[in-house]
Design a protein around this ligand. Structure first.
Ligand code: 2BA
Length: 145
């Protein structure tokens, strides 16, 4: 049966639907690109958060940012993987939402971003809201299943 209570759905708080920080693969400030690439490769994720020692969100690092950073004029300069740090290559251009956000805000941002970082007022990293979780909830709401 198809049912869609879009108002209620869009007003739902994201809090109960995030992947909590302890389950999110991440790297620390000061880690080398080699370490980040290893984690990205082994986890299978294409982009992951960078946190400082106080667990505050600082940026995102992805495999493509890393390969671009070590790309020289004629070849990949893989030796740079050891010397470059994640903070030299990370992006700060991504949206972050708070635990108070609702599905409407998350849905709009998830159109252009595969996941959203969820942070507290003092930038403490709470976890991520993924496209997969959003689509699952949307399907559930549409089909009532
Ligand atoms: P991607 O790594 O590009 O992954 C795209 C989709 O592929 C994921 O969508 C998921 O459905 C699947 N996938 C990729 N790697 C997976 C794995 N190791 N295990 C299970 N499924 C995997 P979403 O689940 O919506 O995730 C969206 C993005 O959120 C991912 O993009 C990744 O950048 C990030 N992400 C998701 N879960 C994460 C976690 N536990 N730690 C760190 N980053 C995570």
């Amino acid at each position: 049966m198809i049912s869609l209570n879009s108002k209620e759905f869009l007003e739902t708080n994201i809090k109960d639907f995030i992947i909590p920080s302890e389950k999110v693969a991440h790297v620390q400030m000061g880690n080398s690109l080699e370490h980040a690439l290893l984690l990205l490769t082994k986890s299978g994720y294409s982009s992951i958060p960078i946190l400082d020692p106080a667990f505050r969100l600082q940026g995102l690092i992805s495999s493509s940012l890393i390969t671009d950073a070590v790309l020289g004029l004629e070849r990949f300069e893989f030796e740079k993987l050891e010397t470059l740090k994640v903070e030299e290559v990370m992006t700060r251009e991504f949206p972050a939402i708070s635990l108070d956000s609702n599905f409407k805000k998350a849905l709009e941002l998830l159109i252009d971003h595969p996941f959203l970082c969820v942070i507290s007022e003092d930038d403490y990293f709470e976890g991520i809201m993924t496209r997969r979780v959003m689509l699952k909830q949307l399907k559930r709401n549409i089909y009532n299943s």
